[in-house]
Design a protein around this ligand. Structure first.
Ligand SMILES: Cc1cc2nc3c(=O)[nH]c(=O)nc-3n(C[C@H](O)[C@H](O)[C@H](O)COP(=O)(O)OP(=O)(O)OC[C@H]3O[C@@H](n4cnc5c(N)ncnc54)[C@H](O)[C@@H]3O)c2cc1C
Length: 200
């Protein structure tokens, strides 16, 4: 029922648009994987409470308008794990430290590109044409440099030097018949015991 209402909204907005739109609208009606959602950034004053902590979209979703959601989620999980190890598993130390280190990176990642929402979804004929032009020339100078700049922010974070030894720990996971994973290579036992120890 909900999907029917949402499909109705789309059909209404695109009615009379011509081109291939009628065919696309007909395909939408029979699609089994219809997806309709709003976009919203997640901005929380704190990412943790007690022993509960948020990473990725749950804590700081930037939306596809900015891109980088996957980078924030992966880097955020890595940083959180690193800080838990560094704090010997004490979340009272690790969570605030993780937040201090991650906040500037997340804030930069959530900055909308020039033009904001209107730049992503232009509404006038002129701006739609300009957008199509910029898309066609995105792999050429100077557009290439301009358009890649927001994504360069993905690498704009320095990990604490203490994380370096992590790169030497080799772990791979093998799925078992029940769907669970177990380590197939010996873990660095010292690291494992530190990362799984609970604070007293
Ligand atoms: C249309 C679209 C385009 C995007 N394009 C890009 C892009 O080009 N580049 C980019 O970097 N990012 C992009 N993103 C963003 C990116 O997909 C997310 O930022 C990223 O997936 C966040 O990872 P996550 O692990 O935090 O959350 P998710 O990938 O959403 O993972 C959360 C998981 O938790 C599961 N879950 C939810 N509730 C429960 C529950 N109660 N119990 C158990 N499991 C639960 C969900 O099913 C899901 O599998 C895009 C997102 C969308 C929607």
């Amino acid at each position: 029922m909900q999907a029917e209402v949402e499909e109705g909204v789309i059909a209404h907005r695109f009615a009379g648009a011509g081109w291939e739109v009628p065919r696309l609208l007909a395909a939408m009606r029979s699609a089994s994987d219809f997806f309709f959602d709003s976009m919203g950034q997640v901005k929380l004053p704190a990412w943790s409470r007690g022993r509960a902590v948020l990473v990725g979209d749950a804590g700081y979703c930037p939306t596809p308008l900015t891109g980088l959601g996957t980078s924030l989620a992966l880097v955020g999980a890595y940083m959180l794990a690193g800080e838990l190890v560094a704090a010997d598993g004490d979340h009272r130390i690790a969570f605030p430290r993780n937040e201090r280190l991650m906040r500037p990176y997340v804030s930069r990642g959530q900055q909308l590109p020039p033009g904001g929402v209107a730049g992503y979804a232009p509404t006038s004929t002129l701006t739609i044409r300009l957008r199509a032009l910029s898309m066609r020339s995105m792999n050429r100078w100077p557009m290439r440099r301009l358009l890649s700049a927001p994504f360069d922010k993905a690498g704009d974070i320095a990990f604490p030097a203490s994380y370096r030894h992590w790169t030497r720990v080799q772990v791979w996971l093998e799925p078992e018949s029940d769907g669970h994973c177990s380590t197939a290579a010996p873990l660095d036992s010292e690291l494992l015991s530190r990362s799984t120890r609970s604070p007293s």
